[in-house]
Design a binder for this molecule. Structure first.
Ligand code: ATP
Ligand code: MG
Length: 335
């Protein structure tokens, strides 16, 4: 049977243009975006509205938004078959977010760990946007009636609150939103910082040695992995207390498909130097096709803008259907 649009699952995800995506973003989320794109009805966004919560420099935000768009296409996403767009081009996201704000309790939003983490990181700018971030994220997802949301482990709590908000709206006003499921891969769901393996790798980390950017040169990747924090045991094995090595083993496994057991055998009797060189090589090979495609795409800005415009139109059309439903159900006077 032909896989028609009607029986495909709807997949929605987004990434903030807060910097070049890291290996963590790639293994935790973007790799799955690509994997799911052929079989499903996929909708992917550059979440520029979310990134305003950390007040980026305006010119930098504009440049990073275009770059992030090119990065998504360079993953191999097909802008004809999938919807790839920039969040602020589709005003329905902000409109639904307001309605959902009124269905979210102050107490439940206060329990979000990302709010606590980011407030600590930016104590000079703890804005209300940072607080309602998960509500905007709920709007992103619910507008498209998504079945699955491919995310890293760190966003699991936000997906749970999305489901709670949707369920509450449906109970109060009647069935409106589909309850989405997270899609979190096994390995790679939480790639840790190379410098502090107890913290997640983040593209907004002020120390670039902590993360590998998807566009880092091969020599930089090698250098960063060589200087990754490990332990003094000098034995490649996956075990409690070996956070640095566990992290490198997870990265190696994602890039090569080898299990932890196979890796332990492969490096039996060898030191961390050999292992790190192999991890670096695997990462470099994994990112190579993406980097080549990115270079090709950024040379064609007209094409990127054309795809961006078409993506926004398609997304807005879909989003408006759900927004109308939510407005009507909640009693807003419709013309
Ligand atoms: P920021 O520090 O600006 O929040 P970020 O690296 O956390 O940047 P996001 O744009 O917030 O990136 O998240 C994009 C996607 O990447 C989300 O699905 C998120 O769960 C995933 N992700 C982020 N960091 C990691 C990580 N260290 N390991 C696996 N997945 C991750
Ligand atoms: Mg984040």
């Amino acid at each position: 049977m032909e896989n028609t649009a009607e029986n495909k699952k709807i997949v929605l995800s987004a990434i903030q243009p807060t910097g070049t995506p890291t290996l963590g973003n790639y293994l935790g989320a973007l790799k799955n975006w690509k994997k799911m794109s052929a079989e499903n009805d996929c909708i992917y966004a550059v979440a520029d509205l979310h990134s305003l919560t950390v007040r980026p420099e305006p010119q930098q935000l504009r440049r990073r938004t275009l770059d992030m768009y090119a990065i998504l296409l360079a993953l191999g996403l097909d802008p004809e078959k999938n919807i790839v767009f920039v969040q602020s081009h589709v005003p329905q996201h902000s409109q639904l977010a307001w309605i959902l704000n009124c269905c979210t309790q102050f107490g439940e939003a206060s329990r979000m760990t990302q709010f606590k983490d980011k407030s600590e990181k930016h104590p000079e700018n703890v804005n209300v946007g940072l607080f309602t971030y998960p509500v905007l994220m709920a709007a992103d997802i619910l507008l498209y009636q998504a079945d699955y949301v491919p995310i890293g482990e760190d966003q699991k709590q936000h997906l749970e609150i999305t489901r709670d908000i949707a369920e509450r709206f449906n109970t109060v006003y009647g069935e409106t939103f589909k309850l989405p499921e997270p899609y979190i891969g096994k390995a790679g769901a939480r790639v840790m910082s190379l410098q502090d393996p107890r913290q997640k790798m983040s593209k907004s980390d002020p120390n670039p040695k902590g993360f590998i950017s998807m566009l880092d040169d091969d020599s930089v990747i090698l250098k960063k992995i060589k200087s990754a924090v490990t332990d003094s045991e000098a034995k490649v094995r996956y075990a409690e207390g070996k956070d640095g090595i566990n992290n490198l083993m997870a990265i190696y496994s994602c890039c090569t498909g080898k299990s932890y057991e196979e890796t332990e055998k492969e490096f039996d009797g060898k030191g961390y130097g050999d292992f790190k060189a192999a991890v670096a090589e695997a990462v470099i090979e994994e990112l190579r096709p993406f980097k080549e495609e990115f270079a090709r795409l950024t040379a064609d800005k007209a094409y990127l803008l054309e795809c961006m415009t078409a993506g926004a139109e398609k997304a807005a059309h879909r989003a408006q259907r759900t927004l109308n439903k939510a407005m009507k159900k909640s009693g807003l006077f419709m013309l």
